[in-house]
Design a protein around this ligand. Structure first.
Ligand code: NDP
Length: 328
């Protein structure tokens, strides 16, 4: 019986358990492409899955991990053949479909994106779902018509994965970036990524007025709740905020004032079911618009055996930037 190493989640009497275990190849789920997984990453959602803190896993047994980069081993899908380098993220991997913390994955060929020229498999996972979500957010702001001459942009959860990549991308594109963080000790790191101003997240986390002083033309928010409400209240006339996260809460105690008095737009960013053409655009822009030296600077490497502990640290806000997981 062929087996491979994987982080396996099982249902327990109370909640779930997670462990590095051997997984039977015969248990792989349906799919027309089998991939040798080389690199994965630890995102916020992976932290929720491996700790069982939130019910993101909805099928048991599950292999955790929402994204991978690797090489196609076998394919009956017309777009893919053995040897192709691919990236996969979202689509329910690690939630309803067996995921990425494994030496092998079987998925639908329609879920895969070709590893873009200019990115190695390791770099693609240093970007990971967090970085790709940051890029989707930048693309939403660009589609809105935002340009660097409109004024500064704000990034919340700045020292986290989405935040770090968002700062590096926006600064490379010429924006003046204001970074909001609870870790002001990370000021030097955030400035090296490209932030020109650092603000304490406490400035944005308390309930504020429906409209505040206009401070930024746009923003990328991975925090939600009162932080997002305050971001909207302080956005300049006809500006835009891309909302992609809930690290501070899922609620949105906002008023309509920014929308109806300043024409502010709020864009929702979903990475999981995002259509393929948008994914391809995001990954190809990441290959050209993200400074590889900055990506390396924000990235730490771990092994499969460190994923569970690291997931807990991500949820505790103790991880800076991005984590790559070496699988092969
Ligand atoms: P990280 O844990 O790497 O970063 C989150 C950051 O948010 C932390 O580093 C911290 O930044 C800040 N933060 C944490 N807790 C709080 C709090 N209570 N109040 C205010 N700020 C807080 O996670 P990711 O960057 O990977 O993900 C960020 C968010 O985006 C998550 O909610 C995640 O679920 C979501 N997400 C959504 C996706 C989508 O498809 N829409 C895809 C990927 C992620 P600092 O220390 O600088 O304050």
């Amino acid at each position: 019986m062929a087996t491979f190493k994987a982080i396996r989640i099982d249902k327990a009497e109370k909640g779930t358990t997670a462990a590095l275990a051997q997984f039977d190849e015969a248990e792989l789920m349906e799919g027309d492409v089998t991939v040798a997984v080389e690199w994965s990453t630890v995102n916020y959602k992976d932290g929720l899955a491996v700790t069982g803190k939130s019910p993101v896993v909805r099928r048991f047994p599950m292999i955790a991990g929402i994204d991978f980069a690797g090489t196609v081993l076998e394919s009956s899908h017309p777009s893919w053949k053995a040897g192709d380098k691919v990236v996969c993220n979202g689509w329910g991997m690690g939630e309803t479909h067996l995921g990425a913390y494994a030496e092998k994955a079987r998925v639908k060929g329609d879920w895969l994106v070709r590893l873009p020229d200019g990115l190695s498999a390791r770099q693609a996972m240093a970007v990971g779902t967090a970085g790709y979500t940051a890029m989707l957010s930048v693309l939403a702001l660009e589609k809105h018509g935002l340009t660097p001459k409109d004024g500064p942009v704000v990034v919340t959860g700045a020292a986290g994965g989405v935040g770090s990549v968002a700062i590096a991308l926006l600064s490379k594109l010429g924006y003046q970036v204001i970074a909001s963080t609870g870790r002001t000790s990370e000021e030097a790191y955030l400035r090296e990524l490209g932030a020109s101003e650092i603000i304490d997240r406490n400035e944005l986390s308390a309930p504020g007025k429906p409209l505040g002083k206009e401070r930024w033309a746009g923003g990328i928010d991975s925090v939600g709740s009162t932080t997002l409400a305050n971001l909207l209240a302080m956005t300049k006339y006809r500006g835009a905020i891309a909302a992609c996260g809930l690290a501070g809460g899922m609620d949105l105690p906002a008023s309509v004032a920014p929308f109806i008095l300043r024409g502010v737009c709020l864009y929702g960013i979903d990475s999981v079911m995002c259509p393929l053409p948008n994914r391809q655009q995001a990954w190809s822009r990441l290959a050209t618009d993200l400074d590889p030296a900055k990506l390396e600077q924000m990235t730490q490497e771990i092994g499969l055996d460190q994923v569970i502990d690291t997931g807990a640290k991500v949820l505790a806000g103790q991880v800076r930037g991005r984590i790559v997981v070496k699988i092969a």
